[in-house]
Design a protein around this ligand. Structure first.
Ligand SMILES: *Cc1c(COP(=O)(O)O)cnc(C)c1O
Length: 383
């Protein structure tokens, strides 16, 4: 026990020395985009609830009704008894939005990525990952045991080089990217990636955690380019713009059946609670119906970027790269003193030397909120 205590204490001290020790602060939502944190009332620009659907009356009512009817828990894994009546409805909604035959719903986006790669690939296979892909995709690649190589961020030529070099030696190949990158906000070049992958008989998975409900008219990043892109594995989460919880992948019927049979994080985990599923269904209905709501976060992100002469963002995320972790945290603190919450993102979430303020916009902000934040950012940058 002594060695365990000693190990934990020493590890934490080492993280603190490198400005990488994380701590969490109780954050209470108190209406719209306002939160209470450390005794301060702050306007938050650090929420992934892009459409405020987690507090939408229709969504909350659907969740409450599902609890009344079905109770609070899933009661078992999907393949045992957890496939309650709302699951099929949610799967059908997701497949319709993404234009696929079928969908599989996981316990979370992390669990989806942790399970999908291993359901499709094993030791004989090849996985190619964008260097900035989310940690959950790296977990999936590692768990699969497949030979894994990294390509430079959004670099189609680098991916082509790796495919030429390695594809022939492996039975199957899978390419993993994000559709809208979570910490940079840029779009993956999906048309070029899809074409390249198809040419090498490699399967493309796009993680659309920050695309669904925000880009492509709400349908996500496969629909945010000139024509709909054929992405055979469209993965995402229900915990961001959808405002609920859970992960999903949309694909052909056969692929979904295989994933439901083989993805360990799906097979061996309890299904989502009925209220969570009901909330997601109600939120997806709103996303499909309300084009004006969906257009808000991008419009606000673009207004903010224009005021600071930053490149035009593709979605709701605007990164302000600071550099070292200490300066990023100091900038966050100065913004808090001005009444804003913009959480600093540090390594290993982002590469070393690129610690940043990640600003996210939501339909709950208005133009005035955006402008006062932009002014505060200028003051903080000047300080
Ligand atoms: C948030 C996120 C996930 C994880 O989804 P959860 O449902 O929160 O587990 C996966 N990929 C990306 C790109 C994300 O931003």
């Amino acid at each position: 026990m002594k060695s365990l205590e000693g190990y934990a204490t020493e590890k934490l001290a080492e993280l603190a020395r490198r400005d990488l020790r994380r701590s969490s602060h109780v954050t209470e939502r108190c209406g719209g985009m306002w939160v209470m944190r450390n005794g301060r009332r702050l306007l938050s620009f650090s929420s992934n609830d892009y459409l405020q659907l987690s507090i939408h009356p229709t969504v909350c009512a659907a969740a409450a009704a599902a609890i009344q009817r079905y109770g609070t828990g899933g009661g078992g894994s999907y393949l045992m008894t957890g496939n309650h009546p709302l699951y099929t409805e949610l799967e059908e909604r997701l497949a319709a939005i993404k234009g696929t035959e079928a969908a599989c719903v996981f316990g979370s986006g992390y669990l989806a990525n942790a399970g999908i790669t291993g359901a499709l690939c094993g030791r004989d296979d090849l996985v190619l990952v964008d260097e900035l892909a989310h940690a959950s995709m790296w977990s999936g690649a590692r768990l699969s045991g497949a030979a894994t190589h990294v390509y430079r961020h959004n670099d189609v030529d680098d991916l082509a080089r790796l495919l030429r070099e390695h594809r022939a030696a492996h039975a199957r190949a899978l390419v993993l990217t994000e559709g809208v990158f979570s910490m940079d906000g840029d779009l993956a070049p999906l048309p070029a990636l899809a074409k390249l992958a198809a040419g090498f008989d490699a399967w493309l998975l796009s993680d659309d955690a920050h695309g669904l409900g925000v880009v492509g008219g709400g349908r996500g990043s496969a629909f945010a380019h000139d024509a709909a892109v054929q992405v055979p594995l469209q993965m995402g989460t229900l915990s961001k713009a959808v405002g609920s919880y859970g992960g999903y992948v949309c694909a052909s019927r056969a692929v979904i059946e295989l994933i439901k049979n083989r993805a360990r994080s799906f097979v061996y985990s309890t299904s989502l609670p009925p209220a969570t599923v009901a909330a997601a269904i109600a939120a997806l209905d709103l996303i499909v119906r309300d084009a004006e709501l969906v257009a808000r976060p991008i419009a606000l992100a673009r207004r903010f970027a224009a005021r600071l002469a930053l490149p035009e963002p593709a979605g709701a995320i605007v990164p302000l790269v600071v550099g070292d972790a200490r300066s990023a945290v100091a900038a966050q603190q100065r913004l808090e003193e001005e009444g804003f919450l913009v959480v600093a993102i540090r390594p290993p979430t982002v590469p070393a030397g690129t610690a940043r303020l990640r600003v996210t916009f939501s339909s709950g902000h208005d133009e005035g909120d955006v402008d006062v934040l932009a002014d505060a950012m200028r003051r903080v940058a000047a300080a």
